[in-house]
Structure formats: structure tokens, C-alpha cells
Design a binder for this molecule. Structure first.
Ligand SMILES: [Zn+2]
Length: 157
């Protein structure tokens, strides 16, 4: 199952590869939070509808709410997708970049496995990987002084 999800993700990333935009455009806004090299190798795609896998097996795994939930953004590996209209929402970009770091630190399959497990146990909003991203995006949105997000995520994950 994890293999199928990862395959779907890789195909989706391939499909949108020509539309992706480099996050280096946030170098100034996220200075001190995210290193430039990290932003240079992270991407986002603006879409009308957020692509999500919807194999029948996922419903069997208890992910119905997650699949049907209306989200503004989602991260797959080093690329995240955001809904049209949210392009200038820096807090959302910041949030998704936390997930890019989590994907990198855990690796593809381990991220997927852990994310699904957390959603099943805690629900979407209280899943620890989400809590971490929400905590950091609210810290950023409140105008607090920069913290090194990769170091923080590495310590907390
Ligand atoms: Zn999130």
C-alpha cells in the first residue's frame, strides 16, 4: 500500500513538474527561518484542486475524512500544492515547508506511514506532524524572531 501511495505521489509530481515554482522567491521573507539552499530545492505548484490519492484501500485504512477534507495545501516530498488564491499567503507556504523538511528527514515511505498512523490515532489537526507545522507557522505569523526551522524540526521529530 505504501508503495502504491508513493508511486501515485511520484507520478503526480512528474505530471506537474513543468508548473512548479522554486521557493527561492521566499529567501527574503523567510530569512533566518529557512536556509537559502533549502528554499532553492523546494517547490510549489498552484492548482485549482489539491491532488490527493483516492484509492479504495485508503478508505479502508480509515482515511476517509482526510481524503474528503478540503485543504488549502498539501506537501509531497519537496513539492507542495496550494490552491489558487493562496499564492501570497506566506503562513501557508511556511507551513508546507515544515512538511517538506519532515519528508526529507523521515524519507518518503516512513513519512507516509507515520502520517497515516498519526491521523488515525489523533485526527488530522492533532497529528504531531501537523501540530509541529501549525505551531511553527503561528510562531512565524506572530512576527517572532527567526528560529532555524530545519534544526528545530530535526530536534522535535
Ligand atoms: Zn499541514
Amino acid at each position: 500500500m505504501l508503495d502504491n501511495i508513493e508511486k501515485w505521489i511520484d507520478e503526480t509530481l512528474e505530471k506537474y513538474s513543468s508548473q512548479r515554482v522554486s521557493c527561492k522567491l521566499f529567501a527574503e521573507s523567510f530569512k533566518g527561518f529557512y536556509p537559502e539552499e533549502f528554499l532553492n530545492s523546494s517547490y510549489f505548484v498552484v492548482v485549482d484542486e489539491i491532488p490527493k490519492p483516492n484509492f479504495p484501500e485508503l478508505y479502508d485504512m480509515g482515511l476517509t475524512d482526510f481524503i474528503e477534507m478540503d485543504v488549502d495545501g498539501i506537501t509531497y516530498k519537496s513539492t507542495y500544492f496550494i490552491k489558487k488564491g493562496f499564492e501570497s499567503n506566506h503562513r501557508l507556504h511556511f507551513h508546507e515547508l515544515v512538511h517538506v523538511l519532515q519528508w526529507q528527514l523521515l524519507g518518503g515511505k516512513a513519512f507516509i506511514e507515520r502520517y497515516i498512523q498519526e491521523i488515525n490515532i489523533h485526527g488530522y489537526r492533532n497529528a504531531p506532524l501537523e501540530e509541529m507545522a501549525y505551531g511553527l507557522d503561528s510562531y512565524f505569523a506572530a512576527g517572532n524572531k527567526p528560529v532555524n526551522v530545519p534544526a528545530f524540526v530535526q530536534m522535535k521529530i
